[in-house]
Design a protein around this ligand. Structure first.
Ligand SMILES: [Zn+2]
Length: 187
């Protein structure tokens, strides 16, 4: 008979990252990010703790400021150090998407960050035609709304957009877009 062997307890002085995980800056997909931080012991319950994910990365600094019409920015502040700025006046759910978008730029487009403007307005819908922006948006949507979590919250909310957006801590606008991408009909 084959049975699952019990998990060996982790040695406290050997973090998983040091043994078999890549450096956090080399993660390439939202799924990798989530798996990585779960293994690092970050609690992923009903919503993705994006602020903690950014906070746990020694190469990143998060700053809140009144950015006027802009949502967010990312800039290089030193070798292997980047600052992500988020508009302090925005709703927390919008801030979460903005920081996930900038985090996407950090992981996917790090070599191009010097070409990026000081700040940006992030459009959720009707695709930004710029490929880099499009990729960062997709990254943010998949990171904050993994398919499993979306399906789970769809079931537990009975399909209520309001309840789902409260559970996942995302704006209804971003959620609608993600639901449509996952094949849900949003009315
Ligand atoms: Zn962007």
């Amino acid at each position: 008979m084959v049975s699952k062997s019990p998990r060996r307890p982790r040695k406290a002085d050997t973090p998983a990252s040091a043994r078999d995980l890549p450096p956090p800056g080399l993660l390439q997909s939202p799924e990798q990010v989530i798996q990585y931080y779960k293994r690092m012991g970050l609690e992923v319950d009903s919503s993705i703790p994006i602020e903690a994910i950014i906070g746990a990365n020694p190469e990143l600094e998060l700053r809140y400021a009144d950015l006027g019409i802009n949502d967010a920015y990312i800039k290089k502040i030193a070798e292997n150090r980047f600052e992500i700025g988020v508009n302090s006046k925005h709703h927390p759910n919008r801030q979460r998407f903005s920081m996930a978008h900038e985090y996407g730029h950090y992981l996917l487009h790090r070599g191009k960050i010097h070409e990026m403007p000081e700040g940006e307005q992030i459009l959720h819908r009707n695709g930004d035609r710029n490929r880099v922006e499009y990729q960062a948006n997709d990254f943010a949507a998949e990171l904050l709304m993994p398919e499993m979590l979306v399906r789970k919250s769809f079931r537990s909310s009975g399909g209520s957009l309001k309840k789902m957006s409260d559970t996942l801590c995302v704006s209804k606008e971003a959620l609608k877009y993600r639901l449509e991408n996952l094949g849900y009909k949003v009315t």
